[in-house]
Design a protein around this ligand. Structure first.
Ligand code: CAA
Length: 283
């Protein structure tokens, strides 16, 4: 199967990153979101990243224009009928994902593969609301998408071998390294990463150390590029909390209990970089 046109649903941090990488690899990209403002923000972020590459001499102006020309922002999800592959990158909300997959299943031609960039929700359950569970798969990119080489590829119970191979091949075409993991809450990446972040929040909550000290320990002592609290702000505290909830709910094990401080920050609207404040303040 030759993938030529993809639709990315959701023009947020992950969706715009996926659209950028796909267009840079020569694919035609439809970038869908529900409002013109979201689309504008997504396109601006792509423009900013590409402009940085031009400034650094890693991309020519013409190359940048070519990439941008390959991305068509659209409010009309009906254009998914043109896509060989749809990658859903909306928020981590099962009810919304289920509605969207049902809708996409009605719009897309039978050959279209529908992938989800979910970071922790069950693929088999999402696939079950479509009439094509063999063509539904998890394709979990890491943030920032243009930089991080990993794509976790997760088969649902019914996902076909052909679809698995097409998605692995496409990930490689995007310059990524696909790693197959099984359909369990949080897969591998977030099952390991999020409890570490949650534990870092607990160390602050219990007064073991300051935010800065916790991050310094992990950066200087473990060579992590970002401390866990800086990383939590980068990912979004709401996303971290919702993944912890999914782990807690999925395994029913108290070791995944979200730290009350994380919950408190999210309730107060301190969501990290995107809201200007999380464990750190951003201007
Ligand atoms: N988008 C695109 N490119 C970016 C970027 C962004 N948001 N941020 C940085 N970059 C690029 C820079 O342009 C630079 O590129 P060049 O090498 O071509 O010049 C490169 O990344 C390095 O950037 P910087 O020198 O500015 O900064 P850095 O060396 O501190 O690296 C970082 C920044 C890559 C983000 C690094 O801090 C890092 O790897 N952090 C950890 C990120 C991580 O763990 N991601 C996974 C999050 S979990 C997840 O995504 C899964 C989930 O489901 C929640």
């Amino acid at each position: 199967m030759n993938i030529q046109t993809i639709m990315v649903v959701g023009a947020g941090q992950m969706g715009s990153g996926i659209a950028q990488v796909a267009a840079a690899s020569g694919l035609q990209v439809l970038l869908h979101d529900t409002s013109p403002e979201f689309l504008k923000r997504g396109m601006l972020s792509i423009d900013k990243q590409l402009s940085r590459s031009v400034e650094k001499g890693k991309l020519t102006q013409d190359g940048m224009k070519e990439i941008l020309r390959r991305i068509q922002p659209t409010e009309f999800i009906e254009l998914a009928e043109q896509a060989d592959l749809v990658i859903e990158a909306i928020s981590e909300n099962m009810a919304l994902k289920v509605l969207l997959f049902h809708r996409l299943d009605g719009i897309c031609p039978p050959h279209t593969i529908i992938a989800t960039n979910t970071s922790s929700l069950p693929i088999s359950e999402i696939a079950a609301v479509t009439g094509r569970p063999a063509r539904v798969i998890g394709m979990h990119f890491m943030n920032p998408v243009p930089v991080m080489p990993l794509v976790e590829v997760i088969r649902g119970l019914e996902t076909s071998q052909e679809v698995f191979e097409v998605v692995c091949g496409l990930s490689e075409r995007l310059g990524k390294i696909p790693v197959e993991v099984n359909d369990f809450p949080g897969f591998v990446s977030n099952r390991i990463l999020m409890p570490m972040i949650n534990e870092a929040v607990f160390t602050v909550y219990e007064g073991v150390a300051s935010v800065e000290s916790v991050d310094k320990v992990m950066k200087l002592g473990m060579n992590h590029p970002m401390g866990p609290l800086e990383l939590a702000d980068f990912i979004g505290l709401d996303t971290c909390l919702s993944i912890m909830e999914i782990l807690y709910e999925g395994f029913k094990d108290s070791k995944y209990r979200p730290c009350p401080l994380l919950r408190k920050y999210v309730k107060a609207g301190r969501l990290g970089r995107k809201s200007g404040q999380g464990f750190y303040t951003y201007s």
